[in-house]
Each structure stands twice: as structure tokens, then as C-alpha cells.
Ligand binder design. Structure first.
Ligand code: ATP
Length: 445
């Protein structure tokens, strides 16, 4: 993980937030390449959820919602983690994570195991951030930063049903920021207090819920592997009965083998009709579906694949990170799926003279309208290749003296290091075709 964190800082993916003021624990800012990478992750999610399907529509609901939303959802009463304090060092820990945490005074021990540790009993701590709406701070103005995007979907069920002409089974998808006052955030962007979620609520006839639950587990696992995650680093872990929320008849986590061990990337839950029923009860609105064909009226059941955009981005970074020796030198690279790579092609004139920068600019212009492209003429070509390897650029185009004579360039492949001679006029189509093709991580096998 240390190598990933260092690369992210060095190459402008992710920085600790508020660094010039000493930082604010576990908050991060995304730099240029981090923004491009996370945007690509979210776009691939939108592609799989909406672009390639007819049965899911998009939504972007507000972060601040009516406080009754969180009463109905159960978050106000029950969105808590067990917390313990150490009376000696004053640190706070999530009681159910003690086994993974270090004692601040004796890092070789877990909290509670050091000679001076004096832990309190566990008590519930609500993870919602509270704020006030409007200029007067009183109890009537309290609002919460949403701790998940899902509730924004349930409260819009009726709106979406009316305009979209959809009938169950159909889904509503949303990507956006969520906030949780985590007791022990950490492990880089794995657990932060402000993060982005990618959630989809799939509304189905009750009798079909189990079939769709299995379908979505399968789809979501496939999404990660198709984007290059090594299948032996991914697993589905069904929750034990004692882990299930009271309304859920089944939940499975997609887990990834992070450097910190197997950890949740995404949860897929069969939520039954809990959410719509509760919001109907609290709001007084009917949240149900009336099938005009059969005359049947019912509250749909919900299957929810809930993923984290930052966690997924971290998993793609970890899975892509590689080091190899080439010509006696260490090469560090990100073997990212080309569709996730922040930059698809770098255009590099070999020298800064003899018409090469001009031709390189022409090639750059021809490519940049179709894909994210970078032009770089600074430093030795070896150094420029290394820089592109570290940000995961799948292809580098090099313009040399021969390019001026015959309008061909070398196309260097990040993974194989193969260098092909390609005509400039064929380059945009060739790279677009490679981008659209299936891709398997060279780290497999
Ligand atoms: P955890 O058990 O790790 O706290 P959770 O089961 O509470 O997670 P969900 O409520 O199911 O998480 O949220 C769905 C997804 O949102 C998670 O799988 C994860 O990818 C992401 N997520 C949740 N909490 C955080 C966080 N604090 N920081 C980053 N991502 C998060």
C-alpha cells in the first residue's frame, strides 16, 4: 500500500487533503490523473448500468434531504458503529475492528492489549454528519449529510415511475458523494469520511427477487474482472445470518484481496420491500406499482448493488501496479485496463527539432478529439516512457526522423514493450479499435 500511496502522490493521482495545514485525518484530494482515472471508473459503471441496458435510468438526488428520510430509513436510530475509548491515551476505536488496529502507544499491540490500555465499554456512535439548514440554528433546522445515495432513489421512486414508462423489473442508478463520520477511517482511500458511491436500486416483482439477487451478484463480479481485476483476487462472500440487516434476506460482498487482506469492494443486498414500505408509511404517499395488464398492485422488492468509487479506484490501482526489470533497470508501471487508463496515448517527438515537434502536434491533434491524449517533448525519451508507464498510459507514439520522410511512427505498447511501425493516417482508427477490444491483464497467468 505504501508504494501505491507514494506513486499516487508523486504522479498526481491523490494527495492528502489540507496538507499545507498539516492535513485533516483521512481526507484526500484527487489530482489530475486521479480525477481522470476515477471518472473512467464511474463512466464504466454508467456504461454497464445505463448505456448498455434498457431497464435502468439515471438519477442525481440532493445530498441534503428532509430529516424524515433518515427516520424512515432507520439511519437516525440505527446507523451506528460500536465505539470504545481508551481512558489512558484518549484514542477512539471501532470496537469490531480492534483486531486490525494498533495501540497508539504500543503499535505492536492491538488496543486494549498494552500494559497501560484502559478501554471503556463499547457504546453506539451514529455515523451521520449533522448540519443546520438556514441562518438560524435550532432543532427545526437540523439536516444530515447523506450517509448513502440509496435513499435519494427510494424517495424518487414515484417520480421516476411516472416519467420513465418503466415497469418492474427496472432500476434507478446514482453516483455521488456520501458522508460517514467513521470512527477509524484509514488505509488510504479505502475508508474515508467523505467518499463517492455508485448505487443502483433494482425494483422487481416479489416472486423474482431471489433470481435477480443472484443475477446482480454475477453481473457485478463480472464488471470487475472485465475491467482487468485478476479473478483470483476477487471473491463473493455471502453474509452470515448474524451479519444481515434486519430487512435483508440476503447480502453478498464482492471482496478484493487488498494489501490489507480481503476487504469489501461492494455489497449486493436483497432488501425486500423494506425501504418503499417505510417511506410510504412515513410520507403518506403510496409507493407501489399497479400493473394495468393484470390488475395487480404490489410494493416491489429491491436488489441493491452498492459500490464505492474510491474503493474501486484503489482496487484497480493496486491490481495494476507492477514492477519489472528491463535492461538492468527497475520499471514501475500501472497495467490498467486501457479504458480505465487516465491517458490513452502519449505523443512524443524524439527530438525538439527537425520538424518533429510540428508533426507530433499534428498527430496529437488528430487523436485528442477521440481519446485522452498527452503531448510531451521534455527530457529523454526513456524518461518520458517511464513517466507514461507510471501513470498507466497503454500506448506511446514516437515521432522520429523517419516519420518526417514517410509519415509513419512507432507505436509502443506499455505491457509488451513491442514497438510497431504504423502509418500516421491509420493511427486514430487503430488505437480506437484496440481501446474497444477485450483486454486481459498480463499479470494473469
Ligand atoms: P464497511 O463494512 O466497509 O464499513 P459498508 O458495508 O458499511 O462498508 P455499504 O453501506 O454497503 O458499506 O456501502 C457500499 C459501498 O460504499 C462499500 O462497499 C464501499 O465500497 C463504499 N464505502 C462505504 N463506506 C465507505 C468509506 N467510509 N470510505 C470509502 N468507501 C466506502
Amino acid at each position: 500500500m505504501d508504494k501505491i500511496v507514494a506513486l499516487c502522490k508523486r504522479r498526481g493521482f491523490i494527495f492528502p487533503s489540507s496538507e499545507i495545514y498539516g492535513g485533516l485525518g483521512s481526507t484526500y484530494d484527487y489530482g489530475h490523473y486521479g480525477v481522470l482515472l476515477k471518472t473512467n471508473v464511474k463512466n464504466e459503471w454508467w456504461r454497464a448500468m445505463v448505456q448498455e441496458r434498457d431497464d435502468i435510468v439515471a438519477l442525481d438526488s440532493a445530498i441534503l434531504q428532509h430529516p424524515r428520510v433518515w427516520e424512515a430509513s432507520g439511519h437516525l436510530a440505527g446507523f451506528t458503529d460500536p465505539m470504545v475509548d481508551c481512558r489512558t491515551c484518549k484514542a477512539r476505536f471501532r470496537a469490531d475492528h480492534i483486531g486490525e488496529l494498533q495501540c497508539p502507544q504500543k503499535p505492536s499491540k492491538h488496543p486494549g492489549e498494552g500494559p497501560d490500555c484502559d478501554l471503556t465499554e463499547a457504546r453506539d456512535f451514529n455515523l451521520m454528519f449533522e448540519t443546520t439548514v438556514g441562518p438560524v440554528k435550532d432543532s427545526g433546522s437540523i439536516a444530515y449529510l447523506r450517509p448513502e445515495t440509496a435513499q435519494g432513489i427510494f424517495i424518487n421512486f414515484k417520480n421516476v415511475l411516472q416519467f420513465s414508462r418503466k415497469k418492474p423489473p427496472f432500476g434507478i442508478a446514482q453516483v455521488g458523494k456520501s458522508f460517514r463520520n467513521e470512527i477509524t477511517p484509514g488505509n488510504f482511500v479505502f475508508r474515508t469520511r467523505e467518499f463517492e458511491q455508485m448505487e443502483m436500486e433494482f425494483f422487481v416483482p416479489p416472486a423474482e427477487a431471489d433470481t435477480w439477487y443472484r443475477y446482480w451478484i454475477d453481473q457485478r463480479e463480472r464488471w470487475y474482472t472485465q475491467l482487468g481485476i485478476r479473478p483470483d483476487h476477487l471473491k463473493i462472500r455471502p453474509h452470515d445470518d448474524d451479519e444481515l440487516s434486519h430487512y435483508s434476506s440476503g447480502t453478498s460482498d464482492v471482496e478484493y484481496l487488498f494489501p490489507i487482506g480481503w476487504s469489501e469492494l461492494e455489497g449486493i443486498a436483497n432488501r425486500g420491500n423494506f425501504d418503499l414500505t417505510r417511506h410510504a408509511e412515513f410520507s403518506g404517499e403510496k409507493l407501489e406499482y399497479f400493473d394495468q395488464g393484470t390488475g395487480e398492485r404490489y410494493v416491489p422488492h429491491v436488489i441493491e448493488p452498492a459500490a464505492g468509487a474510491d474503493r474501486a479506484t484503489l482496487a484497480f490501482l493496486v491490481d495494476a501496479y507492477d514492477e519489472e526489470e528491463v535492461g538492468g533497470e527497475l520499471r514501475t508501471l500501472l497495467r490498467l485496463h486501457p479504458r480505465l487508463a487516465p491517458v490513452k496515448v502519449a505523443v512524443l517527438p524524439l527530438v525538439k527539432k527537425d520538424g518533429q515537434p510540428e508533426l507530433a502536434s499534428e498527430v496529437h491533434s488528430a487523436l485528442r478529439g477521440r481519446m485522452h491524449t498527452e503531448y510531451d517533448e521534455g527530457g529523454s525519451v526513456g524518461k518520458r516512457y517511464r513517466r507514461q508507464d507510471e501513470i498507466g498510459t497503454p500506448w506511446c507514439v514516437t515521432i522520429d526522423h523517419r516519420s518526417i520522410e514517410d509519415r509513419t511512427v512507432t507505436l509502443r505498447d506499455r505491457d509488451t514493450l513491442a514497438q510497431d511501425r504504423v502509418a500516421i493516417d491509420e493511427l486514430p482508427d487503430l488505437i480506437a479499435a484496440r481501446l474497444a477490444a477485450d483486454w486481459t491483464s498480463p499479470k494473469i497467468g
